[in-house]
Design a protein around this ligand. Structure first.
Ligand code: 6PG
Length: 469
């Protein structure tokens, strides 16, 4: 009997859709789920000649051609370790385990080491695009050994999204590199979403746009340089009505954002690698703050601000300023995300190719956007670019659009509207382009209270000053 090409363990939304995607591409896919009935349901709902469900893990493993290729689509964390522990005794030397979940890159590094020490091969594969992406073409970020990747590259590239005919799947680097890049993708995703949400606050509360006008505005923005999946779905959201009340659905949704942790890991990594990713981090903090609903309801009655009435003379011009502020901030969000990857690349020895990473983000994933072509061009021109903002295209855009970012940020502050991502964006821009910062004073303070020493502008070395009592 013909053996299966690949196996998928974990048949929840992402796993079952990825398996169907593989089956549609002609691969024979073995399926296994801890609770067998879940697999039966998937089979009943999606009958497919290329899908083969197994009740026993040993039968699933035995059905695979050598070297066996098994994708884990289970919840990140302990469940991944549990599945690996169950698999190892059933596998042979050279077999390949791939983790397609949102695993923490440190777990992936640990697992790679432990699994490869036993003669097996391991890939940590970042997959983005949600249910739709998994089914019809996600962006795929595989990390691990080149040798293991060579065995699965054809399948992964086949099932991935395509941008201008090229697969949105490329080998990222060793051990945790793929999951790291996926994590940063999510950090950028949080920032993109937060910036859009802040634009919404401004357009609604300062610009006075209603939901129909918001839908129209975001649809228009999606025709230009902001064209992206997240802008497109935002336009769609403003059109949706609540079947229960007939109101706009967006107005009926509680204002507390949830999260599964990848944005937080990005923020932690900014701290670990010493990277200013304040905009990305602000998006994570904004979700925490949103979740503190009870405290906010209480504080809204205690902490007062009499906002002046802000009159927008020209609504169209204001909408355009918000658009420019959003674009400028988006550049800064990506600048921070790519800076984080640059630092991680040298810290963890990954030799990341940023032009290729930008290309992978072009289609299939949540942050897919026209804009990504510009990023990949920037790194094609200079693979060693110190910061995305220094690329001539982005530099020119920031030169032109920063006025709008400053203007709308000032207006929001005057109006008492919280815009942490916008303000972090402009602060980052101003810090980065500032030749002489105020840290001379910080150093003086450190030396005064703790004799921590300072360096001088006119002489090499570390100095301590006897400060007057
Ligand atoms: C993707 C997404 C996905 C993530 C969701 C929800 O690339 O397909 O990043 O992996 O799970 O976006 O993330 P939060 O629950 O943290 O918002």
């Amino acid at each position: 009997m013909k053996k299966n090409d690949i196996g998928v363990i974990g048949l929840a939304v992402m796993g079952s859709n990825l398996a169907l995607n593989m089956a549609d591409h002609g691969y024979d896919v073995a399926l296994y789920n801890r609770t067998y009935s879940v697999g039966e349901k998937v089979m009943a709902e999606n009958p497919h000649d290329h899908l083969h469900l197994y009740e026993a893990l040993s039968d699933f493993v035995a059905s695979l051609s050598a070297p066996r290729k098994i994708v884990l689509m289970v919840k990140a964390g302990a469940p991944v370790d549990r599945v690996i522990d169950g698999l190892i005794p059933l596998l042979d030397q050279g077999d390949i385990i791939m983790d397609g979940g949102n695993s923490n890159f440190r777990d992936t590094i640990r697992r790679t080491e432990a699994i490869e020490a036993q003669g097996l091969r391991y890939l940590g594969v970042g997959i983005s695009g949600g249910e739709e992406g998994a089914r019809f073409g996600p962006a795929i970020m595989p990390g691990g050994s080149q040798d293991a990747y060579a065995h699965v590259s054809a399948i992964l590239e086949d099932i991935s999204a395509k941008a201008e005919g090229e697969p949105c799947c490329t080998y990222i680097g060793t051990d945790g590199a793929g999951h790291y890049v996926k994590m940063v993708h999510n950090g950028i995703e949080y920032a993109d979403m937060q910036l859009i949400a802040e634009s919404y606050s401004l357009l609604k509360h300062v610009g006075g746009l209603n939901n129909d006008e918001l839908a129209e505005t975001f649809s228009e923005w999606n025709q230009g340089e902001l064209e992206s999946f997240l802008i497109e779905i935002t336009a769609q959201i403003f059109k949706e009505l609540d079947p229960k009340t007939g109101n706009s659905l967006v107005d009926m949704i509680l204002d507390t954002a949830a999260q599964k942790g990848t944005g937080k890991w990005t923020a932690e990594e900014a701290l670990n690698t010493g990277t200013d990713a304040s905009l990305l981090t602000s998006a994570v903090f904004a979700r925490f703050m949103s979740a503190d609903k009870q405290a906010r309801v209480h504080a809204s009655k205690e902490l007062h601000y009499d906002a002046p009435t802000i009159k927008i003379e020209d609504q169209k011009a204001f909408v355009n300023s918000v658009k420019e502020a959003l674009y400028a901030s988006k550049i800064i969000a990506y600048a921070q995300g790519f800076d984080l990857m640059k630092r991680a690349s040298s810290e963890y020895g990954w030799n990341l190719n940023f032009g290729e990473i930008a290309k992978v983000f072009r289609e299939g994933c949540i942050i897919r956007a026209k804009f990504l072509n510009r990023i990949s061009e920037a790194y094609d021109k200079n693979s060693d670019l110190a910061n995305l903002m220094l690329d001539s295209y982005f530099n020119e855009k920031l030169t032109t659009y920063q006025k709008s970012l400053r203007d709308v940020s000032s207006l929001a502050i005057q109006a008492g509207i919280s815009i942490p991502a916008f303000t972090n964006a402009i602060s980052y821009f101003d810090s980065y382009r500032n030749e002489r910062s105020n840290a001379n004073l910080i150093q003086a303070q450190r030396d005064l209270f703790g004799a921590h020493t300072f360096e001088r502008i006119d002489e090499e070395g570390h100095f301590h000053h006897e400060w007057n009592e």
